[in-house]
Design a protein around this ligand. Sequence first.
Ligand code: ACM
Ligand code: ZN
Length: 531
Amino acid sequence: MKKIIFVLVATWMSFNSMADVTYQVIPLPQSIKLDPSGKNAQLIKGQVVSYPADNAEMKRNAQFAQEFLGLKPQVAAKKVKTPVNLTLGLQSENPDAYQITIDKKGITIQGASESGVFYGIQTLRKSVALEEGDTISLPFATITGEPRFQYRGTMLDCARHFFPVTFIKEFIDILALHGVNKFHWHLTDDQGWRFEVKALPELAKKGSYRPYTIIGSNVGLGQGDPIWDDTPEEGYYTQAELREIVQYAQERYITIIPEIDLPGHMVAALSVYPNLGCTGGPYFVRPYWGVDPDVLCAGNPETLKFIHTVLGELCEVFPSKYIHVGGDESPRDRWKKCEKCQNKKKELQLDNEAQLQTYILKDVEKFLSQHGRELIGWDEILEGGLSEGATVMSWRGYKGGITAARLHHRVIMTPTDNCYIDYYQLKNQRAQPHAIGGYLPLSKVYAMEPIPSDLTEEEGKFILGAQCNLWTEYVLSPKHAEYMLLPRLDAMCEVQWLQPDQKNFEAFTTRLADMEKLYRKLGYSYCTAYE
Ligand code: ACM
Ligand code: ZN
């Protein structure tokens, strides 16, 4: 009898004990409905998680459930109930939507597609991450989540400083934890070329090396001797490594959008192929920052050949529909003085040098289209007239994005004022590592609204989403990159996931406290203060 009472009491306790789990994670689910019964289900380490047969993505999702929740994957057999179930078939027009149901039947994560299931697993994982022990009580509840935007990006610059493959994978893990689905990868710039091109073996070998770098800001350039660090910066990604990273990201529902920045930001390439510049060089991989006057020559037919070779291989490695071709900060002074460029301008009957850039852009768009791809460029691509299908990434404020949306071009919003996470995040600059300048506190990232109110509802539909950008002139290590990223990525992911009326900065910071505990557990570096 005593034994029976003990079992009854233990059972009652396990169903009614106060669980800490609230499901209030970042990004916040759209709805969390706790069951009025106050009962709990148990998530027990080693429990079975079932997934539909013959679906490799769901099998992978079950493996994530194993990794994050300590469960044991098993193909769902009809009529056999398992404690945790991963299923498809949620009715939603949003493929990333998920629903988590916790009731007497157990724990079910249902997605509108496989990616939705993945996001559901992430939400459950974050809900229980700080709970101790092998058995976790989960209050009966129905939780639903879906992102507001289809494009939820983060950019990392690996040209100014090189980051190893191990960190790139960790970076992808961090994006996945936040429901980000686009990794915009800035692979080339004046200071380094990081993409292996097999037909041009010297390009990455030589273009990825600079023997030294300026210490601090560009102070002193042209006024005596700047201070150099005497530390070579080098490294590039082989195509084999890139393919592995692409797959790693794909498994986590992240598309890598590679960027080859052209026709400016090309000095690393010019240092290897000086004939591609207007003056013929010599050029050197740039050891300091800023905008360089030397760009690809628009009048040299070799330039387009070079671009085709590079983008051809890029398309082989990266399956992304979108390919980013830069277009920012490309001065036209060299073009104005170059005979080849001026001949090309006459031949094409162009009015100005901005249209020379559009001439390159249109050729690149045609090339990409032949490869089944579409072009993204920074908002400068508007200046000489947009090519037909271009998507505009608006960084100099919202203006370029507004213009493009009114022209019915797709837009990604990443204005410096809300999205440049290479800026300082606290007012007291001395409390932080040296940064490029600026001031972008957490609250300002959180306040971002990607669809400007001056757009009509119809025009607003051309805003695909938002992203934050991590330029790395002054970001010297993976730990430093994490510090710049976290927690500002938390704010950005709520911009990407929540409707404007669901956002609340105070409530967000309460949820952030748990997220920071998770960062400590996972060993991520982050900025412990915020403003
Ligand atoms: C940029 O920040 N130059 C796009
Ligand atoms: Zn030229």
